[in-house]
Design a protein around this ligand. Sequence first.
Ligand SMILES: Cc1ncc(COP(=O)(O)O)c(C=O)c1O
Length: 400
Amino acid sequence: MPFLSDTLARVSPSPTVAVSQKAMELKAAGHDVIGLGAGEPDFDTPGNIKAAAIAAIEAGKTKYTAVDGIPEVKQAICAKFKRENGLDYVPSQVAVSTGGKQVLYNALLATLNPGDEVIIPAPYWVSYPDMVRLGGGTPVIVETTLEDGFRISPEALDAAITPNTKWFIFNSPSNPTGAGYSHTQLKALTDVLMRHPHVWVMTDDMYEHLAYDGFEFCTPAQVEPGLYDRTLTVNGVSKSYAMTGWRIGYAAGPERLITAMRKLQSQSTTNPCSISQWATVEALNGPQDFLAERCAVFSKRRDLVVAGLNACDGITCAVPEGAFYVYPSIAGCIGKTSAGGTVIDTDEAFATALLEEQGVAVVFGAAFGLSPYFRVSYATSDDALADACARIKTFCAALA
Ligand SMILES: Cc1ncc(COP(=O)(O)O)c(C=O)c1O
């Protein structure tokens, strides 16, 4: 009898681990490494949110809570959906979990049966396909291109739908590309989905507040109210409110789905951290003006990084609408050899050689399902970004 489960065998080890492991080893050995791999804002959690958490601790709000969230946080979430997305939800349609990750995981585990397909545009956030496999479903990957702005076309979506399609996972602005869908672009996709009433929509709106150049965020159930009854709208405080460590994500959708997700959560983690829930009440109900201030900083960094990367031989970098990532193509570097003698035959080889030879840690595109690219997280200081771009330029200039 094997000790490890067949379920575990369905999951592949995280391809990002190799790069981070190597970066840690080099740092520990005293090398000067610039990390552009982290998927979290470098800003601190705002003071009013921290104060709300401290007040919650002092008031003894330190016990188990309702499985899917305290009434106050569910109210704040309903108000947020109404205020920012024009979506009407009542608390029984809302689930709060330990990060957006658990929300997505609960939803997939609660609904997938063997043979069920889940459409995921690539490049994708690394966890989607593995979560689908863990849930017993089959990921159906639809590749996008740099030329199409890394956006899935309505035709490609339509072609990927089969009678077995259960979910379409949508993520705008996207990790890892930063690509965002305009109202018109999203409407073209929702029109397709309206023709396939058996397909549910899981929209991952984690980067809603990180949008630049006047890009107007929109979400499927808002763009097409006809999808309301089969859409799970997922969001969280990790990225927008710089609260990655607090572990709060939430979703709203049809009550029968939310009830199923709650059932699953009641037998795994029970409730999300009570203190973090009170912090989230303050995050969602409190002042929002810092969001625009932080966006202005991110937008400048994005411009700095895009310009820096486009100045490198063999690299082409698009200007994304949001998030804090860029996803440059290294098509012009493939087949060359680095100064250190590495043949750049894949984006993984590129990332490894860049780390070893120039001390810049990035995540290679294969990890996100689309090559030959790499992902840069620009949630770090201007100085570090400028230094990293200069090093990447040196690295590329030496390719022969
Ligand atoms: C697209 C996307 N969805 C969900 C998550 C999960 O966020 P959380 O920290 O709330 O679990 C991330 C985090 O990297 C993400 O990039």
